[in-house]
Design a protein around this ligand. Structure first.
Ligand code: 9MR
Length: 463
């Protein structure tokens, strides 16, 4: 009996000791070192730093160009260091590096520390390729962002999307993951996962993040559509949503489409749940709430856009959009207008686009061509992308980029294309919104991610 009790006591003591070791982050007896932010960063070196680990004798330092340490910077694969810092040398300027350390003594090696990211000063020695859209746009006398609509699952480091995005584009808009229906799952309940990922990607990589869109009749979650409360309570829900989203991304998202598509194709206010529940002033209310939330969060630079489609060749609609814009402008609530430009190769014409956009220019507003694509088969008369249509598309892309590039500096913001690859665009085989249940080729890259002539047209438009 005495022996049994002794055995149980020993077992309890043993399990207690091993638990407490785990809690302290120990491995084989050595604590995990904590890596600190780099110091003395130059264009060829930086000082990697970490905290002291008791019982350790030396540290093993890894430096890599990739966050998963698949490869190492030469001489920095488990480099043995005796101090608590090491100057890492022989690096390239303007380049992102990652480092981590392990502690070691005669018999033990700890697990890896946290990973620290550091960007060397100066510019990358790799010459920029002038055939990349953003590279050419950045070199203009009056540069502007070249944007693309993206999905969170395309942002995996090293994926074809990630590479093309970082090479060619300087701004991103979420194609759907920053709309109300994916984010707001119930009153005051949010699913931020995709939106957070998109915003972080933009911020981490120096890419502008445009928020699309706070209020859109086509992205209302079921709980709000079927909201049983009073109209005043409905308005409070919308206010809360706008406030929470703008606050979360204050300083991280540089601009928002506050209201999207409030005007119907016949030029009247679109009949939506927002108009019905909140009355004709709802657009203004939403802008006011967005502005107040940004100001309260200390973001005085947030740009607020009204965004709509097919205004250039529809005068009644265009006029009503400008009624809204004027009211917002009079209340100092709007910074810019988003012209979606889901165009076809047949329309709108150059003159129609210029007339439409110039009205906003005259009001001192920023212009965002916010969802550019070009349907090449709007009537369903082709089954393959013919060379004739290919050249027409190239010319049409060139035309619109030229129009945008000619805008005064103060009115430029971004020109965003609505997706990467033809086969992933919302247009091909669209029988719901467009009633065009056949193929189309609206974007700058084909289904194999090959650059199309439309891309060359874009570049030529920047000349
Ligand atoms: O292209 C987007 C598509 O993938 C989404 O399913 C859809 C609904 O969220 O929205 C599409 O984008 C629309 C944009 O948000 C507003 N203007 C019209 C775009 C095409 O329908």
């Amino acid at each position: 009996m005495k022996n049994k009790i002794l055995l149980i006591c020993t077992m309890i003591l043993f399990s207690f000791t091993s638990c407490s070791n785990e809690n302290e982050g120990m491995n084989n007896g050595l604590k995990i070192p904590m890596a600190n932010a780099a110091a003395d960063v130059t264009n060829t070196s930086f000082r990697a730093k970490w905290n002291y680990v008791s019982l350790s004798k030396t540290y093993l330092l890894d430096v890599s160009l990739s966050p998963d340490f698949a490869t190492f910077v030469p001489n920095y694969n488990s480099k043995v260091v005796t101090d608590l810092n090491e100057v890492v040398t022989g690096l390239d300027g303007g380049t992102k590096y990652y480092y981590r350390v392990r502690a070691q003594n005669e018999s033990q090696i700890s697990v890896y520390s946290n990973v620290i990211t550091v960007i060397t000063t100066g510019s990358s020695v790799i010459p920029e390729d002038p055939t990349f859209l953003k590279v050419k746009a950045n070199k203009l006398a009056n540069p502007f962002f070249v944007g693309v609509a993206i999905k969170a699952n395309q942002l995996t480091s090293g994926s074809a999307y990630d590479v093309v995005l970082k090479n060619e584009f300087s701004s991103i808009s979420a194609e759907y993951e920053m709309k109300m229906d994916p984010i707001s799952t119930a009153s005051g309940v949010y699913n931020w996962s995709a939106a957070d990922k998109i915003v972080k990607y933009g911020n981490d990589n120096g890419i502008n993040v445009h928020g699309h869109a706070l209020v859109w009749h086509n992205a209302v979650p079921a709980w709000l559509k079927n909201f049983k409360g009073t109209d005043a309570e409905f308005a409070l829900e919308v206010k809360k949503y706008i406030t929470d989203v703008v606050t979360r991304y204050a300083g991280k998202v540089k601009s928002w489409d506050v209201v999207n598509e409030a005007v119907a194709d016949n030029g009247t206010m679109r009949s939506t749940v927002f108009l019905t529940r909140m009355g004709p002033d709802y657009v203004k209310d939403c802008f006011k709430w967005a502005r107040e939330a940004a100001n309260a969060a200390g973001d005085k630079d947030l740009l607020l856009f009204y965004n709509d489609y097919a205004t250039s060749d529809n005068l009644p609609k265009q006029n009503q959009v400008y009624v809204i814009v004027d009211a917002l402008k009079a209340a100092s609530l709007i910074d810019g207008v988003g012209f979606q430009m889901h165009n076809t190769y047949l329309s709108p014409t150059k003159a129609q686009i210029e007339t439409d956009i110039n009205k906003a220019v005259a009001k001192g507003l920023k212009i965002h061509i916010s969802e550019l694509d070009m349907a090449m088969n709007p009537k369903g008369d082709i089954t393959t992308f013919t060379n004739e249509r290919n050249l027409l598309q190239k010319a049409k892309y060139k035309e619109i980029v030229k129009i945008y590039n000619a805008l005064p500096k103060a009115n430029k913001y971004a020109l965003t294309v609505w997706g990467f690859k033809d086969n992933e665009s919302w247009i091909p085989f669209n029988s719901v919104d467009l009633n065009r249940p056949w193929n189309d080729w609206p974007l700058l890259f084909d289904a194999n991610f090959k650059i199309k002539s439309a891309h060359t047209g874009f570049l030529e438009g920047l000349d």
